[in-house]
Design a protein around this ligand. Structure first.
Ligand code: NAI
Length: 332
């Protein structure tokens, strides 16, 4: 029996989480869910959007599955998602990006992985007003933070039998911060001669990803570029509704879709649960339930290929729950 923390989140979170929980149950893998929530909805009861019990549960169980959580814009509490990553030192955000037959997209053979640094950069949120009419934000890049994320990317490439790592930066302009990231990346790359290594300016990278995405394999990026470029990549393979992810720390793994809480779809049973289901596939592999993971991924791929039970973002008319039912039926 696996003990796993489950955080449904808000917006479309509870809907895609419920669909995913049902589908995982149908794989037959025995999981005891430790269900807790975070976000604006728990503030009245807990006095904070990120209760200590949530952090304790993840630390204890070491594996968590999480739905998206809304962050107020401009004012209000700090992003719960960012706080979770900081508090638990979940330093690597891994976002596989792969085409599945049946999903409308410009390309048919993309299979790349974004490795986003998750704790530093402008995302450290060190900002202040300078008088009333100017604002400053501090970009933090450390040798230690850069080393561990680049090393993680190379170790990932070796483990997953990938051929190339591309480090993405803007070191021509940000000579100190991105310059440090790049020089550390070069030093780490030298330790992995069997893996091809290249570096690319983030602006050029965006153009090349749109034009020739199949050239790329593993991309490693500082936090903010990783955030933006991973959404670009999800657009290449069918959109945010199909992009899974995991946040990795020392002995900890928190699985979550790339997308947010999609307030425009919340409560309508319309959201695409694929991103969360594929996050569950990654989670099953992580807990060494590879047979169940393969069965689940094959069932998702079959439903996508058939195209008759998919959600509206993929051109279909099915609800979130009907899509989940179709995946369950394919596993029988
Ligand atoms: P979003 O990802 O929620 O939505 C962007 C667009 O993609 C919307 O048009 C939405 O309908 C669509 N979309 C997203 N997920 C979908 C799905 N599963 N099926 C079909 N369509 C889907 O991004 P947005 O609007 O920028 O953020 C909304 C809220 O979510 C914000 O408060 C943001 O801070 C939060 N957020 C939370 C994340 C997390 O919990 N890890 C990650 C990203 C955003």
């Amino acid at each position: 029996m696996h003990m796993i923390t489950l955080i449904p989140g808000d917006g479309i979170g509870p809907e895609v989480t419920e669909a995913t929980r049902r589908v995982i149950e149908a794989t037959g893998v025995a999981i005891a869910w430790d269900e807790l929530n975070a976000g604006a909805g728990v503030i009245p009861e807990c006095g904070t959007p990120l209760p200590a019990a949530v952090l304790e549960s993840i630390r204890k169980n070491r594996v968590a599955l999480k739905g998206p959580i809304t962050t107020p814009v401009g004012t209000g509490f700090r992003s719960v998602n960012v706080s979770l990553r900081k508090e638990l030192d979940l330093y690597a955000n891994v976002r596989p990006c792969k085409t599945y037959a049946g999903i409308p997209s410009r390309y048919t053979d993309i299979d790349l992985v974004i490795v986003r640094e998750n704790t530093e950069d402008l995302y450290a949120g060190i900002e202040h007003m300078v008088g009333d009419d100017a604002a400053e934000s501090i970009k933090i890049i450390t040798r230690k933070g850069s080393e561990r994320i680049v090393r993680y990317s190379f170790e990932y490439a070796v483990r997953e039998k990938r051929r190339k790592v591309t480090v993405v930066h803007k070191a021509n302009i940000m000579k100190c911060t991105d310059g440090l990231f790049l020089s550390v990346a070069r030093a780490v790359a030298a330790e992995y001669p069997a893996i091809e290594f290249e570096d690319m300016l983030v602006d050029a990278m965006c153009m090349k990803l749109v034009q020739t995405p199949t050239q790329y394999d593993v991309l490693v990026l500082p936090n903010l570029y990783g955030d933006i470029v991973s959404d670009l990549c999800s657009g290449l393979v069918g959109g945010l509704g199909v992009a899974p992810g995991v946040n990795i720390g020392k002995g900890l793994a928190l699985f979550e879709p790339v997308h947010g809480s999609a307030p425009d779809l919340a409560g309508k049973n319309m959201a695409n649960p694929t991103a969360m289901l594929l996050s569950a596939v990654l989670m099953l592999r992580h807990i060494h339930e590879s047979t169940a993971a393969d069965r689940l991924e094959a069932a998702i791929a079959a439903v996508l290929k058939e195209g008759k039970d998919v959600t509206s973002d993929l051109g279909g008319r099915a609800s979130t729950s009907r899509y989940a039912d179709a995946v369950i039926a394919k596993m029988k």
